[in-house]
Design a protein around this ligand. Sequence first.
Ligand SMILES: Cc1ncc(COP(=O)(O)O)c(C=O)c1O
Length: 430
Amino acid sequence: MDLLAKDQEFVWHPFTQAQTAPIPLPIVKAKGAWLYSVDGKKYLDVNSSWWTINHGHGNEYIAGKIHAQFLELDHVIFAGVTHPKAVEVAERIIKILPTGFQKVFFSDNGSTSVEVAIKMVYQYWHNKGIEKKRFLALEGAYHGDTFGAMSVGQRGYFNAPFEHLFFEVDFIPFPTEENFSELLEKIESLFSTASFAGFIFEPLVQGAAGMRIYKAEWLDAFISIAKKYNVLTVADEVMTGFYRTGTFFATHQLKQIPDIICLSKGVTGGVMPIGLTVATQSIFEAFLSNETTKALLHGHSFTGNPLSCAAICASLDLFEDQSTLDAIKKISDSHRRFIDAHGNNPVFRSAKSIGTILSLEVEVGEGSSYFSEMRSEAYQFFLENELLIRPLGNVIFINPPYCVTSQELEYVYLKVMEFVTSFNSRLNNQ
Ligand SMILES: Cc1ncc(COP(=O)(O)O)c(C=O)c1O
């Protein structure tokens, strides 16, 4: 096939060992929850194309708004210039976020939204003339692949070659019922040193770690300690935003409001690249000065791109439609029913859901890891059954576009159970 031959000749794919990876799927069309390949096959986009697509592919309302924006104003520098769609995005996002946020900084993607947040935190203290250099993060964290984002992410497989370049970050274990009180003491002892500039976390769900879900009240307790010791808190909602956890933002389930929020992925309905870093007024004010060097001297060519902003506004319009909220609730209820029916099955080490995310940790007999052998077997099995599901190690997770139908979801569950049952019986017969 010409497409695949040329791909092999000219393209370098992300997160891919080209020497051993299977050839990529040649996808040429997408509509609703489905992807179509050049050879006439179709696949249900069960994980919403890297957790981005909310309203389904090829949404005509969003397409119309991007098209109209293109004809009006396609792109313009955002330093020294503003435009209506960026202002509309900022105002609408601020109004939807929990009270306290005031200023939106635009960038290109999830990693840059985090990169900007980290720079805001460091420069906030720098501008105030207070020396604070350490960051706190959670073990298993994933915040992106740029240097700052890697620094506050789980060290290991993915970033070993760069580790010597990372800044100083302390990691605390992922919270559980068992370690929660210990973690409180640990955080208190770290933050009381007055050397911590910031604390970053993925609220309620750690995505890349395997859709690991934890309690809002635990995070509330951590943020309270941060506030007590003046440590700035950064909620990385790149994955959790836009109803993935059942509320508009995961932060809506918290009592303690963080200082900075990072948004990307589903912000445009998942169809255009953009990142937003949203800060409180008090953070913004720490950058006000007669000295230019106290400004946040950061920007990207496509900062505030009008086409991406038009997509955000269109996606926000769709969230105002009750049918979108009903669809989200239908997925959440359906995941809960799956857990009621199968959650105690010993084929699963754990089965949890939050909002539209169903996270199934499969019993694999040895330790879980990203490179669990189950992963590639499951990936192939699902492809053969018209499902595009990329398990994270031994975690199979379902996080579909909101337009998925009940029948499609039931089919996904059926195939997941078929795979895990067969895998488990082979495991037990080894
Ligand atoms: C929580 C979180 N933060 C940041 C990122 C990085 O986003 P991007 O891939 O757009 O750079 C991701 C991507 O998966 C993510 O899940």
